[in-house]
Write a protein that binds this ligand. Structure first.
Ligand SMILES: NC(=O)c1ccc[n+]([C@@H]2O[C@H](COP(=O)([O-])OP(=O)(O)OC[C@H]3O[C@@H](n4cnc5c(N)ncnc54)[C@H](O)[C@@H]3O)[C@@H](O)[C@H]2O)c1
Length: 226
């Protein structure tokens, strides 16, 4: 369970809030003022019972026969997610992935701004990505404090990730998004979200294998593994 202001919300609900927010912002762009739980649920990719339950943790929303007010629900979820104020990100490790993450154009619309890029390789330091100069990771703590960095994205190889994460935490950051293929051991009050694309693909491969075992051939299922 996660405390948001005065309410306590299951972590799984918090993980779905960004999907509701994205769907609500799409509706705002389309000029829609109110929406039904079934429409919002479908746009968010969840069942409508799940949506109603999730929103009930946050408070009492929606009017029977009218639905949800798009603008006010959107503002409420954004505030619950702490998106009222901008989050300042530093990306550590500016290789293939770090570059791609730095160049993602969707941060601003979601309340994030990349304010620092750091790397250890002298061939990378001094270069630029997304118009930002890459600085040496030796300056990590100073940069975090001076630029009010509130979240750090780790896109380094596995071995240095634990040490960097500890430095990030010692500089005061409590939220880390890690792409490094290692488990990070950090104090309990630090929230680490780990992204593992290959692991997600393995889960898909498991489902594909299960479907195959049940006699339903998938396209490409007969291509031998190399
Ligand atoms: N989790 C996922 O889904 C996923 C997907 C792709 C890559 N990855 C992982 O993300 C990481 C980055 O992948 P990539 O393809 O960009 O690799 P890359 O080799 O292109 O980039 C890694 C960068 O980290 C820098 N680096 C190394 N040690 C450092 C340190 N101590 N401090 C700061 N920077 C340091 C390197 O100089 C390099 O620029 C790897 O660990 C990879 O396994 C994860």
């Amino acid at each position: 369970m996660i405390e948001i202001g005065e309410v306590t919300v299951p972590a799984a609900t918090v993980a779905r809030l960004p999907f509701y927010l994205r769907a609500l912002r799409d509706l705002t762009r389309e000029g829609v003022a109110t929406t039904s739980s079934s429409d919002l649920a479908e746009r968010s990719g969840v069942g409508s019972a799940q949506l109603r339950k999730d929103l009930s943790y946050l408070g009492s929303f929606g009017t029977r026969g009218v639905g949800y007010e798009v603008e006010s629900l959107s503002s409420y979820i954004a505030a619950a997610l702490g998106l009222g104020s901008e989050h300042r990100l530093a990306i550590v490790g500016v290789g293939n992935l770090g570059h791609a993450l730095a160049n993602y154009s969707g941060y601003a619309a979601r309340g994030f701004q990349v304010v620092a890029l750091l790397d250890a390789d002298p061939a990378v330091v001094g270069g630029r990505a997304a118009g930002i100069e890459v600085e040496h990771v030796d300056h990590l703590e100073r940069i975090i404090v001076e630029r009010h960095v509130s979240m750090v994205v780790l896109a380094t190889p596995g071995p240095p990730a634990q040490g960097i994460a500890e430095r990030v935490v010692s500089a005061g950051v409590r939220e880390i998004l890690s792409f490094a293929p290692v488990a990070l051991h950090l104090p309990d009050d630090v929230v680490v979200r780990s992204v593992d694309v290959a692991g997600e693909l393995q889960i898909l491969a498991f489902h594909a294998a299960a479907r195959h075992a049940n006699g339903v051939a998938a396209p490409g299922a007969d291509v031998p593994a190399s």
